[in-house]
Design a protein around this ligand. Structure first.
Ligand code: 5GP
Ligand code: ZN
Length: 114
């Protein structure tokens, strides 16, 4: 989508620190880091949020979580623990309307539910 900031990152129209990329996914460092490890893992397909995930995306989402696991290992937080968050819509606090999963770790994370 032409006016989507994450699609611009996918297309390299906006620079980012890419940490993983394949045909279906890209992962990059969040510009506003909330923990020592703060990555965003996103599908290249423009899907607005989790509500927009269809049955045909099952493989894509499974693959995405495999990449989350790999990145958690690569960044040394798989054993110490980490958090994966996806915000959905207004009450969910979603700012960028392109499905993305935050991978946060590298410190003891506080409780930020609600
Ligand atoms: P949301 O609140 O939508 O779940 O999270 C959006 C995230 O995208 C925020 O953590 C924000 O810091 C990050 N973000 C927004 N714009 C950019 C950008 O241009 N580059 C990068 N690397 N991250 C961004
Ligand atoms: Zn997009």
């Amino acid at each position: 989508m032409s006016d989507c900031i994450f699609c611009k990152i996918i297309n390299k129209d906006i620079p980012s620190e890419v940490v993983y990329e394949d045909r279906e996914l890209i992962a990059f460092k969040d510009i506003s880091r909330l923990a020592p490890v703060h990555l965003l893992v996103i599908p290249k397909k423009h899907i607005k949020d989790l509500n927009g995930v269809a049955a045909e995306d099952e493989g894509l989402i499974g693959h995405l979580f495999g990449v989350v696991q790999k990145l958690a290992t690569d960044y040394g937080v798989a054993e110490s623990g980490y958090r994966v968050i996806t915000n959905i819509g207004s009450d969910g606090g979603q700012v960028v309307p392109h499905l993305h999963f935050h991978l946060l770790g590298g410190q003891k994370l506080g409780s930020k539910l609600g």
